[in-house]
Structures are given as C-alpha cells and as structure tokens.
Design a protein. Structure first.
Length: 628
C-alpha cells in the first residue's frame, strides 16, 4: 500500500513564465491524485509513452513526469548508454484531470477542521553526508583521459558526471519540506516534485530544482536554453562582480557554451522549418545562490504535424549534458562513468492541456529510492561539467564542489538567528540587527522583497513584547526566524564577563566560507570543530591562506602600529553588528591580517554585539604559539 498522506500532493510544478512572455507570472501548479500512471520498463516503450501522454494532454489532461538519460537508445538506436539497474523504469508519467493553483508556499497536511497552516509542525528531515563516487584524484584522471581524446580528434567536448549518495532520514511527508528547501537553494528554477511511489520505488520520488530549460514547445515554436559555463559566487560584492566578469570573458567557458549552441542548432534543424533556427541570446549570465551560470537561447519553428517523440528523437539527451559530437561523446561517457545516470541528465517536465510541453534538463536534481521498511531510503544527486581541451582536473573538481553547494543549503531545517543585548528594556543596535536578519532572509530565500516589511514588523513586535516583560537587568536575547517567517525570541540573564579573556588559536584552518559562515543561522557545523579548550573563552580562527578571520562567537580586532584593524569579509567571516558599528564610527579599519601579524600586535579584541568589546590576553595567546 502507498504510504502517502492523502492530504499531500502527488506533484508540484514551479516553472518560470513561458519564453514569449518572460515578464509574466511563474507557472505554479499543484496536482493531487493522478487518474493513471504511464510507465516505460524498456527503452523501446519510451517513444510510444511520450506520444500517448502528449495525446492525453492535447485532449485536456495534465501530465507530470520524467524520462531517464538511458532512454536515449529507444529514441535513437545509435546513442550508446549504460543499462539501468533491473526494475528501474525508463520513463514515468502521472496523468491528472485537473491542476490546482499553487501560491508557492510550503504545503502541509492540516488536521480535520484546522486550516491554520502556521500552527502545524512539519516533519523534520536530514540528508547528508553526501558520498561521491568520484574523488578529486579520480576526477583529475578522467579529465586527462578526456583531454587525450580531444587531442586525438575523437571529440570536441565531453560532459563528465559523477553521483553523490546519501541516506534520507525522515518520514515520507518530510519529502515535501525538503523539496521546498531545495527550491529555496535554487530559486527561479524549473522546479518539479513528483511522488511516484505508486508507480515505482526506485526512484520513488524526484525533486528537481534545475535552472536549465531543455525545451519548451507550444506546437509551433521550440525554445531551448543550454547552460554551459560556471563560476562560484564571490564572498563579497567586489569578488562576486569579478567572478561574473571572469565567466563572461573566459575563452574556455565561452568556447564550451558555443560548442553546445552549435550542437543544439544542428539538433533543432532536424525538426524545424528550413531556415527558422535562430540564436536570439548568446552568453547570458544568471546569478544563482552558489554559482554564476552562462546560458544561450536557441529557437526554431517546428515542422507541421510533428510528434513529441520526434522532437525527443532529435534533441534527447540535451547536448549540454553529453558533449560534442553527441554520439561519440555518449560512447565515451558510457565507458568513463561508473554508473547509470537515471533521471539525472534526462528530462523532467510538464505537458499542459492543449499540448504545450516544458522540460528541464534535470541537473540540481535529487532522486530518492523509497523502498519499504526495513530498507533505508537513499538519496542520489548527479554533479558534472563540460570538459574541453582547456580544462584542468583541479579546476573541474572545484566546479563540482561549487555546484553541489545547493545540497548543503537544504540538508536539514535551520533558522535564521540573531543574538541581541537587552539592557534596562532597550535593545542595543536594533536597526543593524533587523537589517542583518532581513539580509539573511533574502540570501536564503526565506522571503521575497515584498515580504521583508512583514518580517520586519514581526521581529519588531516580538522583541517589543519581550522587552516589556524584561524592563530591568541585562539579558542576552536569542531571536529565531524560520522559513515561513515565524518569529520567536527568548531572553536569558547575561552573566558578567571578565575584563580580559583568554583565547586559543585554532589547530586547523576554517573550511571555505559559505552562506552559513557569511550569515548567522542555527546551523553552525563549520564552527563545531573549534570549541575552546578548558580555561579559554573562545577560539581564534584563520582560513586556508593563513589569514585571520574571526572568533566562533565574535569578530576580531587587532592593533598594529597604534591602529585597530579587522579582516575584510572576503577572508570568510560573519559580518557582525558590533564590527559594522565600529567600522562606521572609525574605530576600526579593514585589512587582511595574517597569523604572523599576531607576533607584531599591540592588542587583540573580540567584538560581539551582546558583550561589546572584550579585551583578549594577547600575551597568553602568544606564549602558546611558536615564534615566527
């Protein structure tokens, strides 16, 4: 029996507006109970299944589903792939009689007679740690193999991929809040959640938040938008602009993109009216939360009487996930990669009444094997990149790390966090704290711009109520905001701090800065290894370049030649409220500070909005260090 809450949907779709109306509203639909399932258990069944589903859509029904990468030989017998594991379908489509408008907000299963979703606790989930089937050494080795193939004239480009695997912990209903978290980590994507446990258990659910359009076809116009070219987002505004400019002007990234554009133009010409293939946009940049991506747009007018299976035969798989030439690239992919891709790099999408179809290229896509107990549920996610002659193994490994960052953002629920000083019923530096929590809500897509005023009012009301109940004394206030903008706060008496505190130097560098270091949240796993030893108040941290960054609970001030300095945000640290106040007042200046600078310093301070300026016993710290 299907272990699914009947109050939860079977599918959710959240797509950008259609290509002909890019400024229009997003297409958001909820689908509850399918009237039937269409499943292809062999590649030879895929073409017929696609046409059957499309016919149902043309007749007024909705279809949501996917096609596996390994379905390619069923559409074109000359395309080589690995075989899927036994029992895993090659395509799955759910057919619905109607779609319900969806506002994009989290779904929930309210108890009878209670529609106050805000009061409903949601099931928790935990994904990760993610284990990769290719480590950096294996990636570098395979990149060199591909470069040798390119030098030998075998191919121009190969899209190399690997798989990440993780346990999924949580009840089945937790798949939905997990999808919402993934969707927040890749906003503006072609997002689809399909609970297919009634049709298959491997994969039983597909959670796709892909930013890449495979193709949109309204019966006359076909639009495809391949995504090739990636750069990690910068740690501050200046480095982010520099990263975008590097991507925009990189000969390697532009060549990678242009090769796939040429491949898509050729593929489209097979189903297009003669002379109708166009490239209206080339080398466009898109800012995603963790990476910059480059896309180009290719369009064509389709031939009259074209079947959907014929469009798939011409275009599938998308050239952006194969390489060029497609057939030869796929031959080497089947040899180089360790496992079948499955839904990853296939197609996921929607067929609407009247027959319009929109498919993403399922990158940034998680599949979950939902086997019945006692088997544990397992999650899988593919990561890859296009390898050209200019590629390096180390560079591609860094790109894979940047691309998988969207998973880390959604591995488990978390709250936005602010710690404030409440003294005699008044909050210190309240406007700066409010601005910072709004900035975090924007960064993690907890709130749209038009929701930020609502968040500000809720925070102000919650803190005002707390202040009225604590009119005297000094308290530390812990303010929490969840992804539905629920605000809670609690106060605890703040104990006195010694006039001078002892700290220890971290035994290892901090991990590279990510959103959970640049914003204050309840997810503090990056700081877990740096708990202070007995007798120390906190730990002084530094990055892999030997630059000082911050303490685990505050920012850093270091006095050199009579001037107090603090590291710039680009070194990888939290933008503390006290730090910002002291910078604005001229008491601090930004400067890169190194471990060696500790030996030349006249003073050291921990800066914290709750405790203020805490003087650190510099001599005690230096006594524990090896001289430079």
């Amino acid at each position: 029996m299907l272990d699914q809450d009947p109050a939860l949907p079977t599918a959710l779709v959240d797509f950008p507006p259609p290509p002909e109306a890019p400024q229009g509203p997003r297409q958001r639909w909820r689908f509850d109970r399918p009237s039937r399932w269409l499943v292809a258990h062999d590649p030879s069944q895929v073409a017929g299944l696609l046409d059957a589903a499309h016919t149902l859509a043309q007749g007024g029904q909705w279809c949501v589903g996917w096609v596996a990468y390994e379905a390619a030989p069923g559409l074109n017998p000359h395309l080589p792939v690995k075989a899927l594991p036994p029992g895993q379908p090659y395509a799955v489509w759910a057919v619905f009689d109607q779609a319900l408008a969806w506002d994009g907000q989290p779904v929930a299963s309210p108890p009878a007679g209670n529609d106050a979703e805000a009061d409903i606790p949601r099931p928790l989930w935990q994904a990760g740690p993610w284990q990769a089937d290719l480590d950096q050494s294996a990636i570098e080795q395979k990149v060199e193999q591909i470069r040798s193939l390119i030098q030998a004239g075998e191919v121009y480009q190969i899209n190399l991929t690997g798989q990440l695997h993780s346990p999924f912990q949580g009840e089945p209903a937790a798949l939905w809040p997990w999808f919402m978290a993934l969707r927040r980590s890749q906003p503006q994507s072609y997002a689809v959640m399909l609970d297919a446990r009634a049709a298959c258990r491997v994969p039983g659910a597909v959670l796709s938040v892909s930013p890449e359009l495979f193709f949109d076809w309204d019966g006359e116009q076909i639009t495809t938008r391949p995504m090739k070219g990636t750069a990690p987002r910068g740690m501050d505004a200046d480095s982010d602009v520099a990263a975008a400019e590097h991507l925009r002007t990189s000969p390697k990234e532009r060549a990678e993109n242009l090769m796939i554009v040429d491949l898509l133009r050729n593929d489209l010409s097979r189903v297009a009216e003669v002379g109708s293939v166009r490239v209206p946009d080339l080398f466009e940049l898109h800012a995603l939360p963790t990476v910059w991506q480059m896309t180009s747009t290719v369009t064509a007018r389709s031939r009259a009487g074209l079947r959907l299976s014929e469009v798939f035969t011409a275009l599938f798989p998308c050239g952006s996930v194969t390489g060029a030439p497609k057939r030869q690239a796929m031959h080497h992919i089947a040899r180089l990669e360790r496992s079948a891709r499955g839904v990853y790099c296939g197609a996921v999408g929607l067929m609407a009444p009247g027959g319009r179809v929109t498919f993403n290229v399922p990158i940034r896509t998680v599949t979950v094997d939902t086997l019945p107990p006692p088997a544990p549920w397992r999650a899988h996610c593919g990561i890859g990149s296009g390898i050209t002659l200019d590629a390096t193994g180390a560079g591609e490994a860094r790109e894979w790390q940047a691309k998988r960052a969207f998973l880390h953002r959604a591995d488990a629920p978390f709250h936005l966090l602010e710690s404030l000083r409440l003294e005699s019923g008044q909050f210190a530096r309240l406007p700066a704290h409010l601005a910072r929590v709004q900035d975090a809500a924007r960064a993690f897509h907890f709130a749209d711009e038009d929701q930020l005023p609502t968040l500000a009012h809720r925070v102000s009301d919650t803190l005002s109520a707390l202040a009225r109940t604590h009119p005297t004394g000094v308290h530390k206030v812990r303010l929490l905001v969840d992804d539905r903008l629920h605000v809670t706060a609690e106060a605890a008496p703040l104990p006195d701090t010694a006039a001078s505190i002892r700290v220890a130097l971290a035994a290892q560098p901090m991990p590279p800065a990510d959103a959970f270091i640049r914003h204050k949240t309840t997810r503090r796993t990056a700081y877990t290894p740096f708990a202070p030893p007995p007798g120390c108040f906190d730990t002084l941290l530094y990055n892999a370049s030997g630059e000082l960054t911050e303490f685990t609970i505050g920012n850093l001030g270091l006095q050199l030649d009579g001037q107090w300095y603090t590291p710039p945000l680009s070194c990888g640290l939290l933008p503390g409220v006290m730090r910002a106040t002291l910078l604005s007042e001229g008491h601090l200046q930004e400067r890169r500070l190194t471990l060696d600078d500790l030996h030349h310093a006249q003073g050291l301070a921990l800066l914290n909005s709750v405790r203020g300026w805490l003087t650190v016993e510099l001599s005690a710290l230096l006594a524990s260090l090896t001289p430079p």
